[in-house]
Design a protein around this ligand. Sequence first.
Ligand code: NI
Length: 173
Amino acid sequence: MTLRTILIHPDPRLKKVAAPVAEVTDDLRRLADDMLETMYDAPGIGLAAPQLGLSHRLIVMDCAKKEEDTPRPLALFNPEVIWSSEDRNVYEEGCLSIPEQYADVERPAEVRVRWLTPEGKTEEEHFSGLWATCVQHEIDHLNGKLFIDYLKPLKRQLITRKMEKLKREMARA
Ligand code: NI
């Protein structure tokens, strides 16, 4: 497995709508493994292919982050929210493409999601709690949307300027 480089906001590749996966190939299964490895290494609880500059509708996640929890790596191809609760929930979100910035985001508290597994089978699951927030955040990435897009313009601009500065510093290092 290979660790991949995660793009930092702002980057036009993070704003693109990703292409559906027509067939889960060996290459895409390998990519999903690399993404999980990269996510655990970061460390993070979710990662979407556009964050590596790749236009595929593929996300990985594992929200079992407490030490006593059993790891549950998931790779979801073409994930789709097929039902959302009217109940809403606020979580302080972060993003591996926006390091060290966190903000409250309100989303449906529970969602039902359908996707293709790495084996090419259709699966459906009802997510709640952190899993629900995470899967919605990652599916947003496939539609070119970041969690800061939910914030007020001023707060979003402040974070974007911090990221531009961070990228300049990283380029110099
Ligand atoms: Ni993110």
